[in-house]
Design a protein around this ligand. Structure first.
Ligand code: FE
Length: 184
């Protein structure tokens, strides 16, 4: 069993969840990766975009927003899973993509207005906008720029009915990015 097969199985089993958006979790993940690809960023960041919500696939979440009573810390669940298979250039933007939302709410006055209803709802559960001090510390993280870029694709990757490349088109990139200890 390769990591790519494990990932594809998670998408197949849980990717059809709506999780409060107009697209399924799988469609949203593919759109986020597609936007990263279109930006011609390095492959690890494309894969981080593809896999940023894998925590939602590992720990299935309710379709209905009203059922979200507490933050599931999906970014941490996902980052931990990914860290067993991939390096920090993939893991860290995933871990930081919720922090990036909280950061952008603090530093970009127009950002909050661009968030989906579900993202506004979960923002409260995630701690709301960062304080000045938190935002300054966030900027010290070497992966903060990647996390912010991922976040912006994340926020845009929620278009119902958009035709984009399938998950299979990422198989080789996933297998080439797996850390060497995996399955060797
Ligand atoms: Fe997302």
């Amino acid at each position: 069993m390769t990591v790519a097969n494990d990932i594809f199985a998670l998408f197949a089993a849980h990717g059809s969840a709506a999780y409060g958006e107009d697209v399924t979790c799988a469609q949203h993940s593919l759109q986020t990766a597609y936007l990263a690809r279109a930006a011609a960023v390095p492959t690890p960041l494309v894969l981080a975009a593809l896999l940023h919500d894998i925590g939602h696939l590992i720990a299935a979440v309710p379709d209905d927003l009203g059922d979200w009573q507490a933050d599931a810390h999906h970014e941490e669940v996902g980052a931990r899973w990914l860290a067993a298979h991939f390096g920090p250039a993939i893991v860290q933007p995933v871990r930081l993509h919720v922090a990036a939302k909280r950061y952008l709410c603090a530093v970009d006055p127009g950002y909050f207005g661009t968030l989906s209803k579900a993202s506004v709802y979960t923002l409260k559960l995630q701690g709301g906008p960062m304080s000045q001090g938190e935002a300054s510390r966030f900027e010290c993280n070497p992966f903060h720029a990647d996390a912010i870029a991922l976040r912006r694709w994340d926020d845009s990757g929620k278009v119902a009915g958009l035709a984009i490349p399938p998950l299979e088109s990422y198989r080789q990139a996933i297998e080439c990015s797996t850390t060497w200890s995996e399955g060797q």
